[in-house]
Design a binder for this molecule. Sequence first.
Ligand SMILES: Cc1ncc(COP(=O)(O)O)c(C=O)c1O
Length: 343
Amino acid sequence: MNALDTLAQLPRLNLRGFTSPVQHLECLSAKLGVEVWCKRDDIGTVGLAGNKVRKLEVELAYAIAQGAKHLVVEGSRLSNAARAVAAAAAATGLQCTLVLCHDEPSEAVGNLLLDGLYGANLRFVGNVSWAELAQHAEAVVAELENTGERVYRLPIGCASARSSLGFALAYAELHEQMASQGREIGTILHASSSGGTHSGLVLGNALFGSPSTIRGIVVAGEVYDDVPGQYLAFAQGGARLIGAQLELTREDINLTEDYLGDGYGLSAPGVMEAIDLLATTEGILVDPVYSAKAVAALIDLAAKKELEGPVVFWHTGGYHSLFDPHYSRKVWCGIERLSAMQL
Ligand SMILES: Cc1ncc(COP(=O)(O)O)c(C=O)c1O
């Protein structure tokens, strides 16, 4: 069996329940002067929407086969990964503990409200670094195992060699969808932080003979000491799991920090324009923490004629932060036509 067949037969859950559509964004394409499509991974149920669903479909099939009964994942108060894990745990009858790097907030809003509703146990460990957060998560795993729990730990953003296979499968899905429209994929552009999305798309692309350019728009700095090295390790590890003989190197990892702005969850140039443009031209929502930074890049790179079309903007989800008062205020004040309205 070749690696693509092994990939296609990988055990996985069907958490989203349907194949996410790919949509030609005609109005946006006309505005930007390049053919733009959108892979709508933002669509799903409230809990099981966004890019983490891809990773969890593969990772949880494996965890359940190993006999896991309790999931542990770390993240920020805003974490879409934590919320998706909480929802997936509820949907599959598993227990779940989220280790969150914030002081206990006074209000449960946005993803935090959903985490609680889905029945997750919440552990707040204060304002710590990503590395310290991982240590806290390990301590929680040890504590649960000491009480006899069968725990499966998911790393930050659910990024791993195994979960990157979820995105290699996603690449294959997109390839088929675009082919059925008679289109090839010139460039895929997406928001990137913990790396599972990028490494999986890079792997999928390589399995198909590298026909496309995969561009990761970095939205969180310093997730790892060596970010491209860690992404490459995920892609190579994923390749090994399906027996693919590929020569993946650092050159295959294509990341830019040009649109990171002040950092994770903080302002960046072009973000408000991106939210406004996509909402008003296509009725699609992007959030200020993740996907709007990728759309800001799309707008800027299209203006500079640096994108080979057709371009697929991979919508990784995350609209939930629009309903977090901190970000709703920022978005309302940051978009002039909204702030001009008297509320
Ligand atoms: C909405 C959204 N987009 C993009 C990303 C980045 O994906 P990855 O962690 O696979 O790099 C995340 C990760 O948390 C996310 O929640």
